[in-house]
Design a binder for this molecule. Structure first.
Ligand SMILES: Cc1cc2nc3c(=O)[nH]c(=O)nc-3n(C[C@H](O)[C@H](O)[C@H](O)COP(=O)(O)OP(=O)(O)OC[C@H]3O[C@@H](n4cnc5c(N)ncnc54)[C@H](O)[C@@H]3O)c2cc1C
Length: 375
């Protein structure tokens, strides 16, 4: 006698939800229902990497995340090579840049969404425009909103409001109230900094620099790259990475950014330069040169105190979310073994460079393996 099919509900058709759906679609013993509140699936995945989607990095290390211990354990069971093999099996051709960042060879994030949306066995039902507001657990079965299906397994993959993609979303993850999970406050990570006593005249200036984050006298982190000066602060990949380190601090008091504009020569001496030149016009971006003309500043140490990061709806990822004490290393909720939580909903965030999509996909890969082995 054939076994009764297992009903699996996945809430959220973003990076992690789509990856898990694709995995489970290969196992006809599962009936998978995916609930997505938007009209289209994978909106944030499509927006990722400026529309190219930096899907993972070849150099994933625990210290690239705020929860190194948890990620170290994940990497023992699900590595970047496994992710690469899985994508290759599904036909996704990838390319790697010189910094180990992996992209679809098509250079279009939509390709990733398309590959993840192929269901060979007709055992997937996709319910779009379906905002899950309530979930319930009775007699070992899950129900969502007023749907009549009784689910054996429920997977939460509803991400975070970071970046607010698509725009104007309200009441994100309200349904979580039904579960009484410990949730840490959401704050922006991978975002720019709003700076104190900042000259608006710098707005629009882009330059390369070595940027350091200090708290009091302690150097927290330092990176080299391009920064963009905005109306009230700075942004750019280097700055976004520094914001991730800023968020990991127990307190964010007395933090400052030091921007070394003489990145090409550690020993560059401005006084020697000025002995031969009347101004810094030939040295700095015109807006920085104009600022220097008004009031000279140490160009290897342009310093601003940090007021805050830019808000969550402009950030790439949320710091905070469901506390890791709520799940085991298989992403199963400790209080309900048939409940799994994936991706950015969890209080784990990584640096720029493919680390956040890696976590979303790897969490889904882990849960896919567990579900296919257990149910
Ligand atoms: C602009 C931008 C660029 C980025 N670029 C990169 C990059 O290049 N590389 C990288 O590694 N990371 C990048 N990230 C981060 C990365 O995209 C996310 O970390 C990742 O998409 C999270 O995956 P997820 O599955 O957890 O959530 P999401 O992909 O956000 O999916 C969650 C899904 O759940 C749906 N949902 C939410 N609530 C409900 C509900 N109540 N009922 C039904 N459905 C619901 C949402 O509509 C959404 O489709 C970027 C982020 C942004 C904002």
């Amino acid at each position: 006698m054939s076994r009764k099919p297992r009903h699996i509900a996945i809430i959220g058709a973003g990076a992690s939800g789509l990856f898990l759906t694709r995995m489970l679609s290969e196992h006809p013993q599962f009936h998978v229902t995916v609930f997505e509140k938007n009209r289209q699936v994978g909106a944030k995945l499509r927006a990722s990497g400026g529309g190219k989607a930096n899907i993972f990095n070849r150099d994933i290390r625990p210290e690239h995340y705020n929860q190194a211990g948890f990620v170290a354990e994940l990497l023992r069971h699900y590595s970047p090579e496994q992710l690469e093999n899985q994508f290759a099996e599904w036909g996704l051709v990838t390319i790697t840049d010189e910094e180990g960042r992996v992209y679809p060879a098509s250079q279009f994030s939509q390709t990733v969404v398309d590959v993840l949306s192929h269901y060979p066995n007709g055992n997937v039902q996709l319910e779009t425009n379906c905002d899950i507001q309530h979930i319930d657990y009775k007699n070992h079965k899950w129900t969502v909103n007023n749907y009549s299906i009784l689910f054996d397994v429920l997977v939460l993959a509803t991400g975070s409001p970071a970046g607010m993609i698509p725009k104007n979303q309200r009441g994100y993850n309200n349904y979580l109230q039904d579960l009484s999970l410990k949730i840490n406050p959401l704050q922006s990570s991978l975002s720019g900094f709003i700076l104190k006593d900042y000259p608006e005249s710098l707005s629009g200036c882009r330059t390369k620099a070595v940027v350091s984050l200090f708290q009091n006298k302690k150097l927290i982190h330092k990176e080299f790259g391009e920064i963009t000066f905005k109306d009230d602060g700075v942004s750019g990949i280097v700055v976004m990475n520094l914001s991730a380190y800023y968020r990991r601090l127990p307190s964010t008091k007395n933090c400052r950014l030091e921007i070394n504009l003489t990145y090409w020569d550690e020993n560059f001496d401005i006084n020697t330069y000025l002995q031969h030149n009347q101004s810094v016009t030939g040295l700095l971006h015109p807006k920085l040169a104009a600022l220097y003309q008004q009031k000279p500043f140490p160009i290897h140490q342009l310093t601003f105190h940090i007021e805050n990061t830019y808000p969550l709806d402009t950030a790439q990822v949320a710091h905070g979310g469901i506390d890791l004490s709520e799940i085991d290393h298989n992403f199963a909720a400790k209080r309900h073994k048939s409940l799994y939580i994936l991706g950015e909903m969890l209080d784990i965030d990584g640096l720029c460079g493919g680390y956040n999509l890696f976590f979303a996909f790897a969490s889904a890969g882990m849960v896919g393996n567990i579900i296919t082995q257990t149910y």
